[in-house]
Design a protein around this ligand. Sequence first.
Ligand SMILES: *[C@@H]1O[C@H](CO)[C@@H](O)[C@H](O)[C@H]1NC(C)=O
Ligand SMILES: *[C@@H]1O[C@H](CO)[C@@H](O)[C@H](O)[C@H]1NC(C)=O
Ligand SMILES: *[C@@H]1O[C@H](CO)[C@@H](O)[C@H](O)[C@H]1NC(C)=O
Ligand SMILES: *[C@@H]1O[C@H](CO)[C@@H](O)[C@H](O)[C@H]1NC(C)=O
Length: 340
Amino acid sequence: MALVLLFVFCWFIGLANATFNVTTLSFDEGYSPLFGHGNLVRSPDGHSVRLLLDVYTGSGFISSSMYRHGFFSAKIKLPSDYTAGIVVAFYTSNGDVFEKSHDELDIEFLGNIEGKPWRFQTNLYGNGSTNRGREERYSLWFDPSKEFHRYSILWTPNNIIFYVDEVPIREVVRNDKMGGDYPSKPMSLYATIWDASSWATNGGKHKVNYEYAPFTSEFKDLVLEGCPTDPNPIRTLSNSSTCTDTDAWLETRDYAVITPKSRSAMRRFRQHYMYYSYCYDTVRYPVTPPECVIDPNEKQRFQDSGRLRFGGSHRKQMRNARRKRRSRPTSNISTEQNDM
Ligand SMILES: *[C@@H]1O[C@H](CO)[C@@H](O)[C@H](O)[C@H]1NC(C)=O
Ligand SMILES: *[C@@H]1O[C@H](CO)[C@@H](O)[C@H](O)[C@H]1NC(C)=O
Ligand SMILES: *[C@@H]1O[C@H](CO)[C@@H](O)[C@H](O)[C@H]1NC(C)=O
Ligand SMILES: *[C@@H]1O[C@H](CO)[C@@H](O)[C@H](O)[C@H]1NC(C)=O
């Protein structure tokens, strides 16, 4: 087993020698503070930013524009040591503009008790599909609190790819049967750190311990490549042709192309590090969701694993943090998990 993991590790490192050809932005070029302003600390050169969580508040930032399709990426270093109950989220959403029909693409890092590694999940929602979570959960082949790694979300009209460094870890290919569940409206990029004591670690059993505060996450080498659009929903929706050139350009980028080599890296990652996939959760979804590509080997493992369902939402926290009065539906998933 150790040998196999060493091999997998080397495979990922090999792939990571290539880096995406992207243009990085300073904080002020692309982003604005979102909440917990005192806990958002820019570096003197303006090219990196720290988001802190202390007993008073978390913090977050948002892209200054909304984008209709794009590549959203940052190098991130997570808080170390005791991080139970903490969530660091890097995601796209338009929930502030389309309250009942929002779209969302998530990378959410879930803290853990001391000595246990960080885990994370990816998810997507389209047109308000909050009762149909599409979570996958994974561990990592490195300690994300020790150094920066690049995490990315690519969203095109045809597919969505989540990346860790240059390794694609999940691809969702658009499928007509998904209908509105495939994100289609302009979204902003969000990065947040917040207290998710109620669900993040072992279904809420382990809460944030503020003796270890402040918890610090760091973001640098920020990338936003895509089609900035008017956030006004009426104008944006009445003219969807304006982004076709950028969409075509996105398809030519290196991060939009999964080579045979990176496809095998994705397969290996999923074999070794994915420990939950909604596609195999037949209790939750007796009918397999239309975009799921069932891999017989994966299916075998997940059938045998007996893993429980889980869930949660950062929307509730965001609402509190920003003192919003609106209520937004949250997913109706059990918060049970016994995955570690
Ligand atoms: C990187 O991308 C830019 C466009 O953003 C392009 O002009 C340049 O040739 C690319 N460089 C490489 C090495 O592919
Ligand atoms: C999105 O949801 C609304 C109802 O909330 C529905 O009227 C509309 O047709 C849906 N759009 C798509 C593309 O499915
Ligand atoms: C939509 O965008 C295209 C390209 O920018 C423009 O030529 C056209 O006039 C726009 N249509 C409307 C209704 O705004
Ligand atoms: C949520 O789940 C509970 C328990 O499974 C169920 O009783 C309830 O009807 C569900 N609510 C919605 C809105 O689906």
